[in-house]
Design a protein around this ligand. Structure first.
Ligand code: G3P
Ligand code: CA
Length: 263
């Protein structure tokens, strides 16, 4: 049988910078965004959570301990959940030194700062992290995103996707924002029933590299959706995924992938 996407070539693969260019700069900071843009990433990925006072911020873990100095700055506030701190408190934290002292003083960005840093120079792959912890974040996210000209123009260019591991939450968000493309994240191999169901409402199926194979890519394409695999950090794995015909590769090393993909 003919391949599902006979015209796809390695140069069609999107370079997606995972948490920014997070192999060379502290993840989810504006330094990581700026580096990804300099390395000509096609898309930048992030993780979104909510502060105690309702601000949307860019951070991966549900606690602040791994990627900031929160334990030193607020020693009495264990377990240091993102949702227990106000934005003003979070802005006091150093989000760069843990990675390398050269990045001392980097801050946890707000979603607004992050979108404005992208400024239309790359696509955006937005991941509300653990949204069930933040009731109402679907409505707040939609309102905040649509208030930003950089988001509205990205939406018109078809250059933004909201993705989540929480498929039920994502389906609710899609009902609220039907014009925003959405992607289902999978840590286990998507079954054919899951792919068929996803195709009734989603635009992307984005599984871990380790649970993906050629048949997964073909199945998602045949169902009419795109597929991005994560998190792909060696040249060998990047070439393997590209040969499968994936639409995008999510990596901590966008420069390595750019050198393989070219242009
Ligand atoms: O974009 C895919 C990837 O980010 C999903 O896993 O834990 O890095 O958010 P995680
Ligand atoms: Ca993520």
């Amino acid at each position: 049988a003919a391949p599902a996407r006979p015209t796809s070539t390695i140069s069609d693969v999107d370079v997606v910078a995972h948490r920014g260019s997070s192999g060379a700069a502290p993840e989810n900071t504006l330094a990581a965004v700026r580096l990804a843009l300099r390395q000509r990433a096609d898309v930048v990925e992030n993780d979104i959570q909510r502060t105690a006072d309702g601000e949307l911020v860019i951070v991966h873990d549900t606690t602040l301990t791994r990627t900031t100095d929160v334990e030193q700055v607020f020693p009495g506030r264990a377990p240091w959940n993102v949702g227990d701190f106000t934005l003003a408190e979070i802005k006091q934290l150093d989000a760069g030194s843990w990675f390398d002292p050269a990045f001392a003083g980097e801050r946890v960005p707000t979603l607004r700062e992050w979108v404005e840093a992208i400024g239309g120079r790359a696509g955006m792959l937005l991941e509300p992290k653990a949204p069930a912890l933040y009731p109402g974040i679907d409505i707040e996210l939609d309102k905040e995103l649509r208030s930003m000209p950089a988001f509205r123009s990205a939406l018109m260019r078809d250059d933004v996707v909201v993705q989540s591991f929480d498929h039920e939450w994502l389906h609710g968000y899609k009902d609220l924002a039907p014009d925003v493309p959405v992607g289902l994240l999978f840590g286990t191999r998507p079954t054919s029933a899951q792919v068929t169901e996803a195709a009734t409402w989603a635009e992307q199926v984005n599984p871990a590299l380790g649970v993906s194979e050629q048949a997964t890519i073909d199945q998602v394409h045949q169902a009419g959706m795109e597929i991005h695999v994560w998190t792909v950090n060696t040249g060998q794995d990047m070439r393997r995924a590209a040969r499968w015909g994936v639409d995008g590769i999510i990596t901590n090393y966008p420069q390595v992938l750019r050198d393989i993909v070219g242009h």
